[in-house]
Ligand binder design. Sequence first.
Ligand code: NDP
Length: 337
Amino acid sequence: MADSINADERAALPAISFESAERKQLVIIGTGPAGLTAALYAARANLEPVVYQGPEPGGQLTTTTDVENYPGFAEGVLGPEMMQIFENQATRFGAEIRYGTVTAVDLSERPFKLIVDDEKAVLAEAVIISTGASAKYLGLENEKRLIGRGVSACATCDGAFFRNEEVAIVGGGDTAMEEALFLTRFASKVYVIHRRDELRASKIMQERAFASDKIEFIWNTVVEDVLGADEVDGLKLLNRVTDEESTLPVKGLFLGIGHKPNTDIFKGWLDMDELGYIKTYPDSTYTNIPGVFASGDAQDHVYRQAVTAAGTGCMASIDAERWLAENPVAQTEAAAQ
Ligand code: NDP
C-alpha cells in the first residue's frame, strides 16, 4: 500500500525542541463527528485522549442548520447543537478537548511528533486523524454571507428545506449530478449550472440527470454573485461564451464542485489516493503507519455522512486501543516521563 508515498512531499518540521514536550498516549486530530466519537470511545477506554479542535471546531456540521438524518434525533437537531452534544459526551468521560490546530507532523517513529499552531510540541504514542474534508466554495463574498441561509454544499443535509422551491447546483461532476437528482425529490425545479458544455460526471450519472424532467442544464455559465438580503433569492449568471449576464430567481444555491480532504500535513507520510484521501486497510482504520489511524471524511469520499464518520471514529478508537495494548510503551520510556 505504501509504494506511492513520496518522502519529498513531507513538510519540514519547524525547529522546535521535543525534549520537554508533553507525551500523550493518544492524540485525536479534529472535532467533527469522527474525532469526537473517537474521543468518547477512547476516554471510556481510559486512554485519556487529547483532542485538537482544528480550524473548524465541530467540523462541517457547524456550517449547516437542521440535521434530520442523524439517528436518535427524531425531531432533528441543529448541526452546531449536535456537535456540542458530541463534545459534552466525550468530555464527560475525560476527553480533553483543546483549542489548536496540528500544523506539522513527524511520523517517522514512535512517539509521533506533532506541532500545534506552529509552536507547541506534543508527543503521541498513537494518533487518530479525523481532520475531515472541506467543501469547495466559489469564493464569492455573498455566497459566504448566505451559507446556511440558502447556500449549502450538502444537498443531503439541506435539500429537504427547499420543498416546492426552485434551486440551483453548480458543478458538472458526479457529486453535482447525485445532489441534483437528490434535490429533485423536494425542489420543483433544479438548475445545474456548469462552466463548460460537457459534464465530467460518469455516463450513468449523466444519463440519470438528463432523464429527469425536473433538471435543467445551464451550460457554459458561471455564478457571478448570490443575490438576497437575508436569504438567497437569486443568482447573477454569466455565460462565458456569449458574455451575456442574466438573473436566475432561485431560493437555494448548492455547490457540487468537490471536496478537499484536510490531509495536506500528512503528505509524504501516509498513503493517499490522488485526491488526498488517506487510504486505510480494508475493514479497519489502520493507515500504512502502525499506530496512526484515520477516520471520517479524511479517508472517506464515498459516504461522507455524520453517522458514517462517527462510525469510523468509533472504529479508529477501538483499533487504537487494541494496537496500544499490543504495543505498550516500553517501561523505561514511560518511567522517563
Ligand atoms: P469533480 O472534481 O469530479 O467535479 C467537480 C466539478 O465541479 C467539475 O465539473 C468542475 O468543472 C466543477 N468545478 C470545480 N471548480 C469549479 C469552480 N470554481 N466553478 C465552477 N465549477 C467548478 O468532483 P466531485 O465531487 O463531483 O467528485 C469527486 C470524486 O468522487 C470523483 O472521482 C467522482 O467520480 C467521485 N464521486 C462518485 C460518486 C458515485 O460514484 N456515486 C458520487 C460523488 C462523487 P470542470 O468539469 O470544468 O472541471
